[in-house]
Design a protein. Structure first.
Length: 377
């Protein structure tokens, strides 16, 4: 079957152009990897204590935790994107288009690969609710040094966030497919990528999209600062006071002109779900607090001096869609979670994982009481 993207070309390009991580000797590297592995192993129990999701935390603790470098993260990311976009992207008739698309994706992954601290990938396991944790050691080290953070505390802080995501997907085995379906609604079905005669597209749409995404990422390369979420850290190769080009901060996104109204609606609801997941992870991290991470306030303060992107997904959406307004929903995610918790506690909040019908809508993210009234009566 012809593919829209040559995934091997993407991996090769990302490896060839990606920036090296910070210098560290062998002994230091071994200590870093060991510390991150221990943090990943310890984190699920803390998440369970806060959320009450003990069975899900046991599943999370039993899943692979991979400490990787930047090229290996890029390879893993291509595996995720291939699974998520299978049959959704337009396949061009232009000779070499798939390879060119892979080359462009490789550049995108190389740019993102300096920023991602960790991620939970629910799309690599055939068993619903399971996946793997990836922690990008060079990026953790870069941000740790940049913030002058305590190593053990910072490693646990990063892993707490990612393992909270692992617990979420374990508590809701349907969630990964739900998000994949939402993505399909945004991108459009395979039939939608055909021309009027039912043939494959010859306009190189996937190549064009990835090329434009690469350019916008490069223009906004100083914008990779997180405002508190360890999925994406400040870009260690970009000065903290780097000026943001005006066209990278506002205006229409890469896909803004091509989304139909129903696709925009699907996107809005998908962002609401991701807002919930990110907000939930933020709240869990805060509630674990100084008893487990003595310097958590200093770590969070260092991140809050930065702004904008919260996760890899948010970073991509902002660049693709010019979604400054929608990104406000990410910032409202923790407010929603705290609002629900105040009304019905963590046990009541856990109803969101019972089924898709219990997920908050975009409107409910901004109105936690409305969600409580609908779900709990």
């Amino acid at each position: 079957m012809t593919q829209a993207i040559d995934w091997d070309a993407a991996v090769a390009r990302a490896a060839s152009v990606g920036r090296a991580g910070p210098p560290i000797d062998r002994q230091g590297l071994l200590a870093l990897v060991a510390s991150l592995r221990q943090a990943a192993a310890d984190a699920p129990a803390y998440v369970a204590d806060v959320t009450g999701l003990h069975e899900a935390a046991e599943i999370a603790a039993d899943q692979p935790a991979l400490i990787v470098d930047r090229p290996r993260w890029a390879e893993a990311a291509t595996e995720t994107f291939a699974s998520l976009t299978d049959g959704l992207l337009p396949v061009s008739r232009m000779p070499g288009a798939a390879r060119l698309a892979g080359e462009q994706l490789g550049w995108v992954l190389a740019l993102l690969g300096t920023r991602v601290l960790g991620q939970f990938d629910p799309y690599v396991s055939p068993e619903p609710g399971r996946g793997r944790l990836l922690v990008v050691a060079p990026n953790v080290l870069s941000v740790q040094r940049q913030l002058d953070a305590d190593a053990q505390d910072f490693h646990l802080w990063v892993c707490l966030h990612e393992q909270t995501h692992a617990v979420q997907f374990a508590a809701a085995p349907w969630l990964a497919d739900h998000l994949k379906t939402a993505l399909a609604q945004v991108i459009g079905s395979e039939d939608d990528t055909k021309d009027g005669d039912g043939e494959e597209s010859d306009d190189g749409g996937t190549v064009s999209l990835l090329t434009r995404l690469r350019r916008t990422l490069r223009r906004g390369d100083g914008e990779g600062e997180s405002d508190g979420d360890p999925d994406v850290g400040p870009d260690p190769e970009v000065p903290a006071d780097a000026e943001t080009p005006p066209d990278a901060a506002a205006g229409p996104g890469v896909l803004d002109a091509v989304l139909e109204p129903e696709q925009r609606a699907a996107l809005t609801e998908a962002v609401a779900v991701m807002s919930l997941l990110e907000g939930h992870a933020d709240v869990v991290m805060d509630e674990v607090g100084p008893s487990a991470i003595p310097t958590v306030k200093q770590i969070r303060a260092g991140f809050e001096k930065r702004r904008d992107e919260r996760t890899l997904t948010a970073l991509l959406m902002r660049r693709l869609l010019g979604m400054d307004a929608k990104l406000a929903q990410y910032r409202n995610g923790a407010v929603f979670v705290r609002g629900v918790r105040e009304k019905v506690g963590h046990s009541g909040l856990n109803a969101v994982f019972a089924g898709p019908e219990n997920l908050p809508t975009a409107a409910e993210i901004a109105d936690p009481d409305a969600w409580v009234a609908r779900v709990h009566g």
